[in-house]
Write a protein that binds this ligand. Structure first.
Ligand code: SAM
Length: 518
């Protein structure tokens, strides 16, 4: 490996004394010699397009166009020739973002392509006619486990009925040079082992070189100049290249999960990415409600009143503040453990906790902790490293999440993954939620995307939460293209390599949120 996250061989390909101009020309020629053309391309076609450093891509399950933003950026120069998303409002946002894209190139259900009206499979010849030629197929497809693993059923058949199968049919018909697929991290996790293996086998069966080991990456690992954003969002990327028959189909993962180029993710500050409050229309919509302020005031008083520097790392449960833990034979072991720990903690801090429980948190309303909703009587402190001393503890300086499992606070360095089911992050210092525009920023989207389309806030949060992070796509795409000698995005590789070969950064993830797999 070169520096963390970037296999060294890419640095050699692009970094060792090659000026960008020379790189584009020579690598292009080399690439043209080595890779087969699709049936639709003439050598002249390719020459023309390559000399302009342009390529064509399609955006399946396009959402609000994370892939499109990434690959149409000047560093890549790609042109989107087809997008599809079944969701009407996603298509509205897409059309508003790229008004020059013909409306007829923005489609709905992918199955309008892959199935005939009677539900039978569309033939590859027909599909080939319906879908424009392209070099790169992008798809952030919904995660659906396959019923049987490929080994048991034959890989293509085992994916039948899933949306991955529809992608496969398009790949078969069009044979694009590169595939860039994205999914939640769980897809490559232990519970979906069969699904993951089947995907890899299927793509190899179609003649694509792809790593059997998943590439997992997150925007908070990238420094700002490489498109990083303060959001921890681990996603699996499937990066595949069509190769000549007989060429090896296995490859090492093109990217390793971890910070890149000497970057330490704990240096992020979400504050740098927020709008000025005076610029936000309807700011009151994002401000905390009285009851939310009351919950946080209560917990702020709590963390200041506990004298020990070390606050518990386990979830604090007010309902478990009893002298003896309420454990019976039916209590699961994990719960018994929390009950015991909370009871011990209560006994150690009983005098303070009892006075805290007697306090009211909304003047004139007598709103005591016992009156809070059950999930607000639970609290998780994930800021032990950032605020190690009792004297400085201040949750109003942290990022706050109102989760069904309790209130969770963590340093406002980088935020946990935006998710489609909204638990919008609260910025303590601003006493408000992040806005849809700010959520878009965490995904690398331009500020104009949601306002231009005029979608309501809950739709915008959902769309941002479903999206793929733009900088992350650019980073992985540049590595995919570089691995086959294609020059698109080479400036990203050069910037990465220019950051130099550094040691792996010890990165403490103890304060990192667990992924909320969408
Ligand atoms: C994980 S999101 C992809 C988001 C996208 N990569 C982005 O950056 O916004 C999956 C998308 O697939 C769409 N979808 C689900 N089923 C579909 C289908 N049958 N045909 C087309 N799109 C579909 C959903 O509406 C959703 O927007």
């Amino acid at each position: 490996m070169g520096h963390h996250g970037v296999p060294r061989r890419h640095c050699h390909t692009f970094g060792a004394g090659w000026g960008p101009q020379r790189l584009v020309v020579s690598e292009t020629q080399d690439w043209q010699r080595r890779l087969p053309l699709t049936r639709h391309q003439s050598r002249g076609d390719l020459d023309l397009r390559m000399n302009q450093s342009a390529f064509r891509f399609i955006d399946l399950f396009a959402g609000v166009g994370g892939f499109h933003h990434a690959l149409s950026a000047p560093e890549f120069g790609g042109k989107c020739v087809l997008a599809c998303d079944i969701d009407d409002s996603c298509r509205e946002v897409y059309a508003a973002t790229w008004p020059s894209m013909p409306k007829k190139a923005i489609h709905g259900d992918i199955r309008d392509f892959t199935l005939n009206e009677d539900g039978s499979d569309r033939s590859p010849t027909e599909l080939d006619r319906l879908i424009p030629d392209h070099d790169v197929l992008c798809a952030g497809f919904p995660c659906q486990p396959f019923s049987k693993s490929g080994a048991q059923k034959g890989v293509l058949d085992s994916t039948r009925g899933t949306l991955f199968f529809d992608i496969v049919k398009i790949i078969q018909a069009k044979q694009p040079r590169f595939l860039l697929l994205e999914n939640v991290r769980n897809l490559a996790g232990p519970r979906h082992q069969g699904t993951w293996v089947t995907i890899v086998q299927t793509l190899r069966e179609l003649g694509y070189r792809v790593s059997g080991e998943p590439v997992v990456f997150s925007p908070h690992f990238l420094p700002r100049e490489l498109g990083g954003r303060p959001q921890s969002r681990d996603r699996v990327f499937i990066l595949a290249t069509r190769v000549e028959a007989g060429a090896p189909l296995e490859q090492d993962p093109l990217i390793r999960r971890g910070p890149v180029g000497g970057w330490n993710p704990n240096q992020w500050s979400v504050e740098d990415w927020l709008l000025d409050d005076s610029e936000i229309e309807n700011i009151d919509t994002y401000r905390l409600r009285d009851d939310e302020v009351a919950w946080l005031d209560a917990w702020q008083h709590f963390i200041q009143g506990i004298p020990a520097d070390d606050l518990p790392g386990f979830p604090i449960w007010v309902d478990a503040f009893t002298n003896k833990p309420n454990i019976d034979d039916d209590t699961p072991a994990w719960k018994a453990d929390f009950l015991r720990k909370n009871s011990n903690f209560y006994r150690q801090n009983r005098t303070f906790i009892r006075s805290w429980l007697r306090k009211s948190w909304i003047p004139g309303r007598g709103y005591k902790v016992a009156d809070f909703p059950a999930s607000r009587r639970k609290f998780e402190w994930q800021a032990r490293l950032a605020q190690p001393k009792a004297v400085n503890r201040d949750l109003w300086q942290l990022a706050i999440h109102f989760r069904p499992s309790g209130i969770r606070v963590k340093p406002a360095t980088y935020l946990p993954a935006l998710v489609a089911i909204t638990q919008t992050s609260v910025i303590g210092a601003r006493r408000r939620r992040i806005t849809p525009v700010e959520a878009g920023r965490l995904q690398g989207l331009p500020d104009s995307v949601f306002p231009n389309a005029g979608v309501d806030d809950s739709t915008a949060y959902k769309q941002a939460g479903n999206g793929v992070n733009v900088g992350t796509v650019q980073f992985v795409a540049a590595h995919l293209f570089a691995s086959a000698g294609a020059p698109w995005g080479s400036s990203i590789i050069e910037t990465t390599c220019a950051a130099g070969s550094t040691n792996v950064i010890p990165f403490d993830e103890t304060e990192q949120d667990e992924e909320d797999a969408a």
